[in-house]
Design a protein around this ligand. Structure first.
Ligand code: ARG
Length: 564
């Protein structure tokens, strides 16, 4: 519709191009000023006339031509106010929204995006921080896919580094096969903590740990088999969580995957004369860019986190030829990525411009109380199960006869957590408050899911109907319906903006807005009425709303039960 008005304006104002017109065209705050308004101030210079006069003349000219998409066109001051013919507008909107892949974009066709997210640290529990990168990364994957991009979902597991030297020492000194087999990551965490306590008293433990890690880097069989065992145990737990979340990855290529690829980084840096020796270690100085140096190789020749990230980038560029590589991690890694990206730039690769760090804020419990097993880390799995259980209780109360209660509780419980995580700008801290998160009436996941289920129930009540392609648009012109339909049309631009800014919260806000508009429509407009034309038209509104809600929630990684 907007484009049509731009076309009409451009027919009537040859002096401006379409972009200039589009930039100036406004949607008035009050509907009594029309559906669109065009200010003529900027035309004063071109026409050498007062803006009011220009607006008056253009209004007359447009009215003379009599475009049928307008109910009326009115001049007020320096503005041309357009009132759309509601029926034509309703039809136009309906036809836009009612396409099989409404929201689907094409800008990403032929382009590849790598998204590096989740990436928990092996032998450590999956905590709520890692839950955030998982949820945000998964949503970005969906959003970019929707725009036509090919996405590589990469889980850059923290499965290499000195900490594994420490774990091997700890296991050999205080661990047992049985305990690790029985208690998995918990046991590994326990002996890891013990290592640090003991190393305070006996520094030689740290030397032993370094030696074990050097052995790992050199391919020592014993070291690698213990390490592999710890990794397998951890992956079982992580994959259980991903399954609960309904999420997956294309690659579980963790840091260890690059262990035979870091020498390439060192060689390239040497070739470019970028590597400097400092106290036995090798670094890339970054003082010129106001950054701490990027450590590449430790004294004992072993690699570090940054070296492996550089190796990963060379590998990914070569293997996937990405147009963009996105990293979703906590804000505390800002410097790390700035250093890595800078080193890529210094190596002479122009694609450093396509590397993006997408940081996010912290997670805390409302009131500062943490319901945890061990003090201050909130475990993801625990939170997810708690959400599912709490939703199960609510459903038992509200809808005790619901079939499939277990599965619906999972969908809604997980949906509640995901939605809460994605409802604000990602840099803002997430605060857990169970009452808010699980509220079926607030700005929450369950509220949007409930609205979807309400749509589905409309169709259950009405029974089997075939919705015709053409409906009576004149019955859709009331405010509640028009506001809902107008809101739905925003979907494609919201997706685009969410992708450009790496901000899934825009989709979450949109979903709530649609749900609110739908509920107003549902309240104001009776659907199951005698008049067939009214009924069919309104059912069509329910139908398109359902599709948009489902598709929006899907972009957040949230499922939609038909009943709840
Ligand atoms: N394992 C890291 C952590 O838990 C996150 C890894 C992020 N990705 C990367 N390529 N550095 O903090």
């Amino acid at each position: 519709m907007k484009n049509k008005i731009i076309d009409i304006l451009s027919e009537n104002i040859e002096q401006l191009d379409k972009e200039e017109i589009a930039a100036a065209l406004e949607i008035p705050k009050k509907t009594d000023m029309g559906d669109f308004a065009f200010p003529c101030f900027k035309l004063a210079k071109v026409f050498r006339k007062a803006p009011n006069m220009i607006a008056e003349e253009l209004t007359a000219q447009i009215n003379e031509k009599g475009y049928d998409i307008f109910d009326k066109v009115v001049n007020v001051g320096a503005y041309i106010n357009f009132f759309l013919a509601k029926e034509a507008f309703a039809k136009e909107i309906m036809n836009t929204v009612d396409t099989p892949d409404f929201g689907q974009g094409t800008e990403g066709e032929g382009k590849t995006v790598c998204i590096d997210y989740s990436s928990p640290n092996v032998a450590k529990n999956f905590h709520v921080g890692h839950l955030r990168t998982t949820i945000i990364g998964n949503s970005l994957y969906k959003i970019y896919s929707k725009l036509g991009y090919h996405v590589e979902r990469i889980n850059h597991l923290g499965d290499w580094g000195t900490q594994f030297g420490k774990l091997i020492v700890a296991y050999k000194k205080w661990g047992s096969k049985e305990a690790v087999e029985e208690n998995g990551i918990d046991e590994l965490m326990k002996i890891y903590v013990k290592f640090h306590q003991e190393a305070e008293k006996d520094d030689s433990l740290n030397d032993q740990a370094r030696e074990w890690f050097v052995k790992m880097e050199q391919g020592d069989e014993e070291a690698l088999s213990i390490w592999q065992w710890f990794k397998d145990i951890s992956l079982v737990e992580y994959k259980r969580i991903y399954k609960l979340l309904g999420m997956d990855f294309d690659h579980f290529t963790g840091e260890s995957f690059y262990r035979d690829k870091t020498h390439e980084v060192v060689e390239k840096l040497q070739e470019k004369d970028l590597l400097v020796e400092s106290e036995g270690a090798h670094i890339v100085p970054l003082d010129d860019y106001d950054m701490a140096p990027c450590l590449i190789m430790k004294k004992d020749g072993s690699s570090i986190y940054a070296t492996r990230d550089l190796a990963a980038l060379l590998y990914r560029k070569r293997t996937y030829n990405f147009d963009k590589c996105i990293y979703v991690t906590g804000l505390e890694q800002k410097l790390h990525f700035a250093q890595v990206f800078k080193v890529i730039e210094l190596l002479g690769y122009d694609w450093y411009q396509n590397l993006v760090h997408v940081p996010y804020g912290l997670v805390s419990m409302e009131g500062g109380k943490l319901s945890t097993r061990n003090g201050n880390v909130i475990y993801a799995e625990q939170i997810l199960h708690e959400a599912i259980e709490k939703i199960h209780e609510i459903i038992n109360e509200k809808n005790p006869d619901l079939p499939n209660k277990e599965e619906v509780s999972r969908q809604v419980g997980i949906g509640a957590i995901l939605f809460n995580d994605l409802y604000n700008q990602r840099i803002k801290d997430v605060i857990f408050n169970w009452d808010k998160i699980l509220n079926f009436d607030g700005e929450t996941g369950p509220y949007v899911q409930y609205t979807y289920a309400r749509c589905a129930s409309v169709f259950r009540k009405v029974g089997a109907v075939e919705l015709p392609a053409e409906i009576d648009y004149s019955v859709l012109t009331d405010d509640a319906t028009m506001n809902l339909l107008k809101d739905l049309t925003r979907f494609p631009e919201v997706i685009k903006e969410a992708a450009d800014k790496y901000e899934p919260f825009m989709i979450a806000r949109f979903a709530v807005s649609v749900a609110q508009h739908f509920n107003k429509f549902y309240h104001d407009c009776q659907i199951n009425v005698e008049e067939e034309n009214v009924k069919l038209a309104r059912l069509k509104v329910v139908d398109v709303t359902m599709k948009v809600i489902k598709s929006a929630l899907d972009l957040l990684g949230i499922e939609c039960p038909e009943q709840m």
